[in-house]
Design a protein around this ligand. Structure first.
Ligand SMILES: NC(=O)c1ccc[n+]([C@@H]2O[C@H](COP(=O)([O-])OP(=O)(O)OC[C@H]3O[C@@H](n4cnc5c(N)ncnc54)[C@H](O)[C@@H]3O)[C@@H](O)[C@H]2O)c1
Length: 344
C-alpha cells in the first residue's frame, strides 16, 4: 500500500494505492454513498455496484457537459441526497471530473471521493482537485478546484480497461516523468514493455511514484499560479491537435510533447539526442508522434486556448529530461518556432 496527501487550501485529500476492498474499510467509505459512474462501468462492474446507490451517465467526453450535470442534480434530489450525503466518482477522468463538480456544487458542496478506473484518471485526472465540464467546444470551461476527501486507486480495475485507453493514460504518465523524474523516465524507456503489462510487477510502484509527482506539484501550487502549469507540457499543441483531429487526449498530448521537445531544443535547452529518445519511447509505448493537420488551423485553435492570456501564452519547455521550465511568450513567437521545427 502507498499513501500521499494533497494538502489543499480547504481540505486535505488522501491518495491511497492498494487493494480496494481493504482501502474501503480503512477510508471508512459510507455504505450509503452515491456512486456516479458511466454506462460502460455500470455494466462491467454490475456486481461491485449491485448494493450501491448509483447514478449513471453516458460514457464519453461528449457527455461531459451541463446537460449531464442537470440530470445528476435531478437524480440527487430524487434520491433525497442532502448535505450529509457522500458522492463517489467511479470511472475514468470524465466521470471523476463530473462527479467532483456535482458534489462541489450540489447544496453548495457535499463530501466526495474518487475511485478512478482508467490509467489516465489514476495518475492524473483524479488528483489535484480540478473538477468541471466542457462548454460547447471549450474544454473544462466551467468548474472549480475542490479536493476530494480521498482517491482510492487499485490497479485491479485496469484489468478491464481497453488497451488503447491504457496507452492513452500512459501519455500523461510519461509527461510526469519528462517534467519531474529523469531516473523514472530512463527506467521507463529501458523497460517500456514491462510497464505496458497492466498486470505486471511494475504497476503498483509505478502508480505510487506517478501519483507522488502530481501530488508534490499540487502541494506546491494548488491554484496553478506557477509550477502546476508545468503539467501542461505537451498540452498547448496537444489540445489543438485533439480538437482538430478527434484523437484521444493522451494520443494528441503525445504529438504535442514531441512538438514541445523540438521547440525546447530550438530554444537551446534539450539536446537533439534527448528529443530522439523521447520520440522513440513514445513510439515504443504505441503513441503517435506525428500529425497531419494544417499549421494555420492548429495556431487558430491555439488562439482560443483558455490558458492563453491576451496575446501571450506560458509555453512549457524541457530544460532537460526530468526538468520543465515555464516560458512566457507571445503566441506569434511560438508560431514562428512551430513553423521552424516543421521545416527542419
Ligand atoms: N481534473 C483533472 O485534473 C484532469 C486531468 C487530466 C484529464 N482530465 C480529464 O479526464 C478526461 C479523460 O479521462 P479518461 O481518459 O479516463 O476518459 P474516460 O473517462 O472517457 O474513459 C475512457 C473510456 O474508458 C472506459 N473505462 C474507464 N475505466 C475503465 C475500466 N476500468 N474498464 C473498462 N472501461 C473503462 C470509460 O467508460 C470510457 O469509455 C478528460 O475529460 C480530461 O479533461 C482531467
Amino acid at each position: 500500500m502507498c499513501t500521499h496527501t494533497v494538502k489543499g487550501k480547504i481540505r486535505n485529500s488522501i491518495i491511497s494505492i492498494g487493494d480496494h476492498t481493504e482501502l474501503a474499510d480503512k477510508l471508512a467509505i459510507p455504505g450509503d454513498a452515491i456512486y456516479i459512474t458511466d454506462d460502460n462501468l455500470a455494466e462491467i462492474y454490475s456486481e461491485f455496484l449491485a448494493d450501491k446507490k448509483t447514478i449513471m451517465v453516458e460514457n464519453g467526453e461528449k457527455n461531459k457537459n451541463l446537460t449531464t450535470m442537470d440530470m445528476i442534480y435531478d437524480k440527487l434530489i430524487e434520491m433525497g441526497a442532502d448535505r450529509r450525503s457522500f458522492i463517489i466518482g467511479f470511472g475514468g477522468g470524465v466521470v471523476t471530473d463530473i462527479a467532483g463538480f456535482a458534489a462541489s456544487t450540489y447544496m453548495r458542496g457535499i463530501k466526495f471521493g474518487f475511485i478512478p478506473t482508467s490509467l489516465l484518471a489514476m495518475v492524473d485526472a483524479s488528483i489535484g482537485g480540478k473538477n468541471g465540464v466542457n462548454h460547447r467546444m471549450y474544454k473544462n470551461m466551467i468548474g472549480n478546484i475542490n479536493q476530494p476527501e480521498f482517491v482510492l486507486i487499485d490497479s485491479y480495475f485496469l484489468n478491464t480497461l481497453p488497451d488503447d485507453e491504457y496507452i492513452n493514460g500512459m501519455a500523461e504518465a510519461i509527461k510526469h516523468l519528462l517534467i519531474a523524474d529523469k531516473k523514472g523516465f530512463e527506467h521507463y524507456a529501458e523497460n517500456t514493455g514491462s510497464f505496458l503489462d497492466k498486470k505486471g510487477k511494475e504497476i503498483s510502484s509505478f502508480l505510487c511514484s506517478q501519483t507522488k509527482i502530481k501530488v508534490d506539484i499540487v502541494n506546491r501550487d494548488e491554484r496553478e499560479s506557477g509550477e502546476r502549469k508545468k503539467l501542461n507540457f505537451g498540452h498547448t499543441f496537444g489540445h489543438a491537435i485533439e480538437k482538430l483531429s478527434g484523437m484521444k487526449h493522451g494520443f494528441a498530448v503525445s504529438t504535442g510533447m514531441v512538438i514541445a521537445a523540438k521547440i525546447s531544443h530550438k530554444l537551446g535547452f534539450l539536446s537533439s539526442k534527448d528529443v530522439e529518445t523521447i520520440k522513440t519511447t513514445l513510439v515504443k509505448t504505441g503513441l503517435p508522434v506525428n500529425f497531419e493537420l494544417p499549421t494555420n488551423k492548429i495556431m487558430e485553435t491555439m488562439y482560443k486556448d483558455k490558458k492563453k492570456h491576451g496575446d501571450n501564452i506560458d509555453f512549457i519547455a524541457l530544460e532537460q529530461i526530468g526538468k520543465a521550465k515555464i516560458i512566457p511568450m507571445k503566441i506569434e513567437e511560438l508560431k514562428e518556432l512551430f513553423v521552424e521545427i516543421l521545416i527542419n
